[in-house]
Design a protein around this ligand. Structure first.
Ligand SMILES: NC(=O)c1ccc[n+]([C@@H]2O[C@H](COP(=O)([O-])OP(=O)(O)OC[C@H]3O[C@@H](n4cnc5c(N)ncnc54)[C@H](OP(=O)(O)O)[C@@H]3O)[C@@H](O)[C@H]2O)c1
Length: 162
């Protein structure tokens, strides 16, 4: 199944300055991301790859950019279709961002695995498309409160395309 995994704030903000809005202040989200994606192909845009700074271990890393080039430890493709073809259709494949690649993939995925961060970051410059109730049905939600290490309340939510 094709899935998007994303974390957004109350305004669907996902990034600024090629980093996450909450930077390192939501480690539970990184753990959740790792738990779900480990062992599966992950598809990302070049900016997101640069932001992470290295291939994600234990996953097939597929990076989309306009020009075919060699990047150590990842497979580079020049279209979303090529990324899906590389990933194969026999297992879950995760589109992991960022803004441009989410927009490209939004109409192609069956599920959105969202972390909804209960905060508003005015510095956001990169946004996720709105998850409209006419198109997406919420099938799971787990609420978590802020704690010593996670500075914001957040929900792990799964949306299924209707
Ligand atoms: N909150 C979250 O869940 C989350 C997840 C991931 C990323 N982010 C954030 O999102 C931001 C990065 O997002 P972004 O929108 O700037 O970049 P992006 O989507 O990661 O990557 C954009 C790049 O992908 C390539 N690309 C885009 N469309 C393409 C197409 N149709 N065909 C071929 N290549 C294409 C281009 O690479 P070239 O120009 O190199 O050719 C483009 O510059 C960062 O702030 C990051 O922290 C947030």
């Amino acid at each position: 199944m094709k899935k998007i995994i994303v974390a957004y704030d109350k305004n669907y903000g996902i990034g600024a300055h090629n980093d996450l809005l909450w930077q390192r202040d939501l480690p539970a989200d990184l753990q959740h991301f790792k738990q779900l994606t480990i062992g599966h192909p992950v598809i990302m845009g070049r900016n997101t790859y640069l932001s992470i700074g290295r291939p994600l271990p234990g996953r097939r890393n597929i990076v989309i950019c306009y020009q075919d080039e060699v990047i150590d430890g990842v497979e580079v493709v020049t279209s979303l279709e090529a990324a899906y073809a590389l990933a194969g259709s026999d297992q879950d494949v995760f589109v992991i961002g960022g803004g441009q690649i989410y927009s490209l993939a939004f109409d192609t995925v069956d599920q959105i695995i969202a972390t909804e961060v209960n905060a508003q970051f005015d510095q956001a410059t990169i946004f996720f498309p709105a998850v409209e109730a006419e198109v997406w049905r919420e099938i799971d939600r787990q609420h978590h409160q802020a704690d010593d290490r996670n500075l914001y309340d957040y929900d792990f939510v799964t949306y299924q395309r209707l």
